[in-house]
Write a protein that binds this ligand. Structure first.
Ligand code: GLU
Length: 558
């Protein structure tokens, strides 16, 4: 043991599970900025964030806690070749989209609210903390815990290590099973100071930042004996470790960004590789060629290929889910359940309930399965629970869909929200449908096609019954002056049904849907027609008549 540094008080006496009630509970998320925020990382960040919230608000397991809480974002960028500021920004934006804001963290250019450093335990990038690691290395050296090895520095492991993990309980590892490990790399040419390894940096940082709960993925469990040995040698009080289970695909494989490449290749086998001759981005062509030749698993190229083939992109990274039109809240709700449950049948809850009920000691060891259908259900229900203005705002803010945004009329947003409120599973579904047949009226008239089963049932059966009813609907709608509102349309269509002795509203609604979309499935028809507008509605009915009767409906009724 070396002498304790003066400024340091251990956050808790190891191996106790609870920190002393009058000291801040400190958690952190410490990603390596070498890629985008994987959804598994987001789940880990969520747990760490929630624990700090519990301590701040004195709820759940921390109801008697008076010391407050802090949540830190720290970038572990010691892998210089692979770290990038673009990745830092993307990780930060992903966390903010989810609502997982941090109390302390680095300055990140271009990220609103975080353009300057917050907190006084910084710097919050490991590459900016080199002198601190060297200070601690000197202490270890003075106490004889390290030796030099070809320019690098190794830590001597002399004792068995026992540590406590909130999920795995007490873990003991024999000294013989832990090799003497490198804690400081060899100094690179041109550098003033050598870089630490992950093991050393993470321990020094967590200790100096007074982190009490190290919450991280289970892949780090096997590193923890080394970390515990370093804590002891440095005289730092140990944190409580909590290793969270991995997130797997339903087939048991690990959820990884390679899944996108797999999906893209499968789609290309089925539909052929899409032409990319009109893509002008600089390095696109060689990257596409390499991807096709299986020389790379480039996730961006994979996503492009899937989009070009009109196939869904398997969401892996946090912003993939945003792009696919998920709302942050149900996503967080679903993520919270990947590795934990509240211990009753409750599955749907908001963040407040999560903060009240979450308990680190109930986190599972077993891997979690990511079930997209279940997530879709969560998302659909969350959409239904929004008010119409809230959904309208969500649709308006959904900026992942170019074509549809160009046509999105601000004055009709509430009606669009009302139309899809009860049926859309994602914002993307709303955007896709809106683009398919609502905001793209001229194209719909030119290339109108009609699903044959629906056409038979709702247009041509019984001597073109549906087409005749459609002609009546046309007259009714044409007679509405500029008052083409949902209420006016609904009233007029109901009158049309009664006056012509039709069976029910479906007698006109279904033929109208066939004319509008080419299938008998749309949101409530009066809302759809309002959104499309009077002129385009009449043109599409006319086009439908042309397709089946060889003449326009006006001609027929006139
Ligand atoms: N930088 C590590 C990672 O991204 C984090 C390790 C930790 O949380 O201690 O996996």
């Amino acid at each position: 043991m070396v002498e304790k540094p003066a400024h340091y008080t251990p956050p808790m006496a190891s191996p106790e599970i609870s920190p002393s009630p009058d000291r801040p509970v400190v958690t952190r998320f410490a990603p390596s900025p070498t890629g985008n925020l994987h959804i598994g990382g987001a789940r880990t960040a969520l747990y760490a964030w929630v624990v700090a919230q519990q301590a701040k608000r004195r709820v759940g397991p921390f109801k008697d806690h008076t010391g407050g809480g802090r949540f830190i974002l720290r970038f572990e960028d010691t892998d210089r070749a692979r770290s990038s500021t673009a990745s830092e920004k993307q990780i930060a934006e992903s966390m903010l989209w989810l609502g997982l804001d941090w109390d302390e963290g680095p300055a990140i250019e271009g990220v609103a609210g975080h353009e300057t450093t917050t907190g006084d335990h910084g710097p919050y990038r490991q590459s900016e903390r080199l002198p601190l690691y060297h200070e601690q290395l000197d202490r270890l050296r003075a106490a004889g815990h390290v030796y030099d090895d070809d320019g690098a520095v190794r830590f001597k492991v002399t004792q068995d290590v026992t540590f406590v993990d909130a999920v795995y309980g007490t873990v003991t590892v024999k000294a013989d099973d832990i090799e003497d490990f490198v804690i400081m790399k060899r100094k690179a040419d041109g550098d003033d100071l050598a870089y630490p390894t992950f093991h050393f940096a993470v321990v020094v940082d967590d200790a100096l930042m007074e982190v009490t709960h190290v919450i991280r993925g289970v892949e780090h469990l096997s590193n923890t004996p080394k970390h515990a040995a370093l804590y002891d040698a440095l005289g730092f009080g140990r944190p409580l470790w909590c290793h969270t289970p991995s997130i797997m695909n339903p087939d048991g494989s690990k959820m990884s960004k390679r899944d996108k490449a797999k999906a893209a290749r499968k789609a290309a086998d089925q539909f052929g590789w899409p032409s990319c001759s009109n893509v002008t981005a600089d390095d696109f062509q060689p990257r596409y060629a390499a991807f096709k030749a299986k020389e790379s698993d480039d996730a961006e190229i994979a996503s492009w290929t899937l989009a070009a083939l009109g196939q869904p992109i398997p969401e892996i990274e946090t912003l993939d889910f945003k792009q696919s039109g998920y709302l942050a809240k149900p996503l967080l709700n679903y993520l919270s359940l990947l590795g934990w449950n509240p211990g009753n049948d409750l599955e749907r809850f908001d963040l407040e309930i999560l903060i009240e009920t979450f308990d680190l000691s109930r986190v599972n060891k077993a891997n979690a399965r990511f079930d997209r259908d279940k997530l879709l259900d969560f998302n659909r229900d969350a959409i239904t629970q929004l008010t119409i203005p809230e959904l309208a705002a969500a649709i308006d803010n959904y900026d992942e869909h170019d074509g549809y945004r160009r046509h999105l009329p601000a004055d009709k947003l509430n009606w669009l929200a009302e139309a899809f409120h009860e049926r859309a599973r994602t914002l993307r579904e709303i955007a896709d449908e809106a683009e398919e047949y609502i905001f793209d009226a001229p194209a719909r008239v030119q290339d109108a096609d009609y699903e044959s089963k629906g056409a038979k049932k709702w247009l041509t059966k019984s001597d073109d019954q549906g087409l005749s009813d459609l002609a009546k609907a046309y007259e009714t709608l044409a007679a509405l002056d500029d008052d083409f509102t949902p209420d006016a349309i609904e009233t007029a269509l109901n009158t049309c049904v009664q006056e012509n002795d039709m069976k029910n509203l479906g007698s006109v609604a279904q033929p109208l849907r066939m004319a509008i979309r080419g299938t008998p499935v749309t949101p409530p028809i009066h809302l759809v027609l309002t959104l499309i507008g009077k002129g385009a509605t009449l043109r599409r009915i006319d086009a439908c008549w042309q397709a089946f009767k060889g003449k326009g409906v006006a001609e027929a009724s006139g």
